[in-house]
Design a protein around this ligand. Structure first.
Ligand code: ADP
Ligand code: MG
Length: 394
């Protein structure tokens, strides 16, 4: 066994690639524990860059910037999966502890690799992906198994929040959609009969310890996460166990260090399907910030600093409500105004998190509210009341 590295103690710099809200909440967790943070992001005004001790504005592939980061940080993590794998490799070659490593991040960058990965381990996780077929060349369309229709065509790369997806009912529609996407590599996935959607959040430490959070039940609107409720109201205990076991098996398989989210579909017939993985803290895990002993961002800090992991125990039922830029335009389509947070905060169990983004835009993630309750029903009612207060359909 290779020599084990020492933990990186508070006072040191930790680095994060990406300056969005996930990078910002990571930065806040790291700073709360006494670390300094270096953010690398191409944008000039980023939610994380504006609060970090050090902000390097550069492209992820900028060697000078990566060298500067490596000189400062003994450990680096990423806030999103589309950071070029070569940036992670370059940091590693400069002696930085990169967690999760680039091979794990690459897996989540490409749906073809991701579906293969999920299918490969099905015998050990007991949960496989939806049936699918890879479309890379025009000839593939004619060979598409017809039982995949109606299906969802998804671009292999750069899809998120339902972008880069089209539902198709026939090979003619498949052909049209594939051309529409610019004939890039895609996966056609059979459209499954979903009952509901859930996500598992697992963390693996440098010491090989693996911990799991309670599974969240997620509702999406227009392809974007709307609410996450925990404990998952529709999930049976046996299903939750199966899902957590699968996520734990997956994180071990790839020797992953850090926070990993795995999305699952629960079908009307009770079957469970593994959908996709995110190699980072996840929107559906924001509930952990107020409802659990350790937040997912604290765990990201612990894992990359090679510290023991924190307790994932849930302290209160919770329903998280996402806040999109749309809220700033209620009542006026061209003039943004600040929503009435005072009314939200009149609900003492509502914990408001805003990401410090200067420009609200329709569909842009601006913040979230964790609505707690003594019982699950109370948390859900609080969430509905807060949503109504803001003019969001609960
Ligand atoms: P994204 O990267 O945009 O999150 P997903 O693959 O998670 O892409 O798809 C977004 C949403 O589309 C899912 O949360 C689910 O509601 C729906 N969806 C995706 N794939 C399927 C499928 N095979 N069958 C039914 N619904 C699906
Ligand atoms: Mg998804």
């Amino acid at each position: 066994m290779a020599d084990r590295l020492e933990p990186i103690l508070p006072g040191s710099y930790l680095g994060i690639l990406g300056g969005g809200q996930l990078g910002r909440m990571f930065t806040q967790a790291a700073q709360a524990m006494g670390y300094k943070v270096c953010v690398l992001d191409p944008g000039s005004d980023s939610p994380a860059g504006s609060i970090a001790e050090k902000f390097i504005q550069a492209e992820y592939t900028d060697s000078a910037a990566l060298n500067e980061m490596a000189a400062l940080c003994s450990s680096v993590s990423t806030e999103f999966e589309n950071v070029p794998a070569q940036a992670l490799d370059e940091l590693e070659s400069l002696g930085v502890f990169v967690a999760p490593r680039s091979s794990c991040v690459s897996l989540a960058q490409n749906r073809i690799a991701e579906k293969n990965f999920l299918a490969t381990w099905k015998s050990e996780t007991n949960i496989g992906p939806a049936p699918s077929f890879v479309i890379e060349h025009e000839a593939d369309i004619a060979h598409t198994p017809t039982d995949l229709f109606p299906g969802i065509l998804k671009t292999a790369r750069m899809g998120y929040d339902g972008k880069g997806q089209a539902t198709v009912y026939s090979s003619e529609e498949l052909n049209a959609a594939w051309n529409e996407f610019g004939r890039v590599p895609c996966v056609l996935e059979k459209r499954m009969d979903l009952d509901f959607e859930v996500s598992a959040l697992v963390v693996r430490g440098y010491d090989d310890a693996v911990v799991a959070y309670p599974v969240a039940q997620n509702i999406h609107r227009n392809g974007i996460l709307h609410t996450s409720t925990v404990p998952a109201p529709s999930l049976k205990p046996a299903q939750e166990k199966k899902i957590i076991d699968a996520a734990k098996a997956l994180i071990r398989k790839i020797d992953y260090v850090g926070v990993l989210c795995v999305e699952f579909f629960v079908l009307k017939n009770g079957d469970i399907i593994a959908n996709e993985i995110a190699p980072r803290p996840h929107n559906s895990g924001h509930y952990t910030m107020d409802a659990c002993v350790s937040s997912q961002f604290e765990q990201q800090v612990r894992a990359m600093a090679r510290l023991p992991l924190g307790d994932t125990r849930q302290l209160a039922p919770v329903s998280m409500l996402n806040l999109l830029g749309d809220l700033w335009f209620e009542g006026s389509e061209d003039k943004a105004r600040e929503p009435a947070w005072n009314k939200v905060l009149a609900h003492p169990d509502a914990k408001l998190h805003l990401y410090g983004k200067s420009a609200p835009r329709i569909g842009r993630k601006m913040g979230h509210i964790n609505c707690l309750g003594e019982a699950l029903n109370e948390a859900r009612q609080n969430c509905a009341a807060v949503a109504t207060e803001l003019g969001i359909e609960p």
